[in-house]
Design a protein around this ligand. Structure first.
Ligand code: 5AD
Ligand code: SF4
Length: 448
């Protein structure tokens, strides 16, 4: 048992999805509330939290190479940091992590990280602890209130998944679907706005499965939550992600036509364009049902930018079935999308299915799919040239006087002028590239 001095500095390193980014921010706030300071850039921290992702094999393996690097760097200067493994690898692999990597003294799952301060006390005493309990909501009640925010903030409203797509670990690592209560969300949103957020992205593994009650006790869904948040004067933009086709409601579609602050963007993963593959994935929708849903969003918001997720090489996927995916891509014309090679995850039904697709075939299909998606992304960006829109300034550009922000359609836009982070600037979109557009400023920022 080796004791350590209490850590003075920390670093939280988040991998994977936006919910991990949110969790990472909340862990940072929690550590700061214990008097521990964030380590400066380039400085070794006394405490490192690796906030991990388990969604694909490559993501999960990263944690062990990172631990190895931390140990090596620590030994070089004669001071190893305290290491905590958080996130979905912690949940999936639990105490096995400490057996494989003894340098790790804390293993904490995504629903238990509010307990980090106690675990840290034990680590300082030289004891290793692991907490992968899944008490719904307890975490949020125990965390300190939000105090800092950039112009664009994340807010977790829903967590977990009951869909059990046959390839996916999320139902096991994040647990069953739970919705945070309306009052808690309204309060957190208000704190974020007070702290400088002009845009809030509502997060959930199935964010559109969120349900709650408004202050009058009436049942509401995600659209009701969005409507309520849109009434806050300091909040200018609302987004949400990730949605599931089965949980799209009439109300949510209508909201896109009615609520100006709800940005014209929809991330709606489909995964495959083949009905046989979708069935084997347990996706509960066909390709055609998905396309009809998109039509309904487009009917109320014709300029809506569409985004999705795709998996190539799901077990048994034939060339013809892959071509169905390319056809669906052609039919949609995505503004952007994410595509992945299928990665067998231990404990999921697909991992033991027959006819696993060879890595070479997966590589080739991924390249073809990405070529189609890149083509459509550029086409979408080009189609927005000449449009006038508001850009939320998020950071400085590379050159002095240059700024970077997001258009309503989530495109990165750069422009020049006398601005500040958090400004909402009216621009005309000029030259479009595959990943960003140049903007020309039309009007001075909208005052906060
Ligand atoms: N292999 C590859 N991609 C996966 N995803 C989820 N599980 C796997 C897996 N086992 C992708 C899906 C999902 C996104 C978050 O990650 O496309 O929508
Ligand atoms: Fe995973 Fe499917 Fe749930 Fe999305 S809906 S988190 S892909 S199980």
């Amino acid at each position: 048992m080796t004791t350590s001095p209490p850590p003075k500095t920390y670093r939280v390193k988040s991998f994977g999805c936006q919910m991990n980014v949110y969790d990472g921010e909340r862990m940072s706030e929690l550590l700061a509330s214990q008097g521990i300071a964030p380590a400066a850039d380039g400085e070794d921290a006394d405490l490192v939290v690796l906030n991990t992702c388990h969604i694909r094999e490559k993501a999960a393996d990263k944690v062990y190479s990172d631990i190895g690097r931390l140990v090596k760097a620590g030994d070089k200067v004669g001071k190893r940091p305290l290491i905590a493994v958080a996130g979905c690898v912690a949940q999936a692999e639990g105490e096995e992590i400490m057996a494989r990597a003894p340098a790790v003294s804390m293993v904490v799952g995504p629903q238990a990280y509010h307990r980090l301060p106690e675990m840290l006390e034990a680590a300082v005493r030289g004891e290793s602890t692991s907490d992968t309990d899944m008490p719904p909501i307890a975490k949020f009640d125990a965390l300190p209130a939000r105090r800092r925010s950039g112009p664009s903030a994340f807010l977790t409203v829903q967590e977990g998944c009951d869909k059990f797509c046959t390839y996916c670990v999320v139902p096991y690592t994040r647990g069953a679907e739970i919705s945070r209560p309306y009052n808690d969300l309204a309060a957190e949103a208000d704190r974020l706005v007070e702290a400088g957020a002009r845009e809030i992205t509502l997060l959930g593994q199935n964010v559109n499965a969120w349900t709650g009650e408004d202050p009058h006790g009436r049942p509401i869904g995600l659209d009701g939550l969005i409507r309520a948040l849109a009434e806050r004067p300091g909040l200018h933009r609302i987004r949400y992600t990730t949605s599931h086709p089965s949980d799209v409601t009439d109300g949510l579609i209508a909201a896109h036509g009615e609520i100006e602050k709800l940005m014209p963007f929809l991330h709606l993963p489909v995964q495959s364009g083949s009905d046989r593959v979708l069935k084997a994935m347990n996706r509960s929708h066909t390709a055609d049902e998905y396309l009809r849903l998109l039509d309904r969003f487009r009917a109320v918001r014709p300029d809506i930018a569409l985004s999705g997720d795709f998996i190539v090489g799901f077990p048994g996927e034939t060339e013809a079935e892959f071509i169905d995916t390319l056809r669906l891509v052609d039919a949609v014309g995505y503004a952007q999308a994410f595509s992945f090679k299928y990665s067998p995850r231990p404990g999921t039904p697909a991992a033991t299915m027959e006819d696993q697709v060879s890595p070479e075939v997966m590589d080739e299909r991924l390249q073809r799919l990405q070529a189609a998606l890149n083509r459509d992304q550029l086409a979408f960006n080009r189609a927005t040239q000449g449009r006038r829109c508001t850009v939320l300034v998020e950071r400085h550009g590379k050159k002095p006087g240059q700024w970077l922000g997001k258009s309503p359609w989530l495109q990165s836009v750069w422009f020049e002028g006398d601005h500040a982070i958090g400004d909402l600037v009216e621009v005309e979109l000029l030259e479009a590239g595959p990943n960003s557009l140049e903007g020309r400023v039309l009007q001075q920022p909208v005052p906060a």
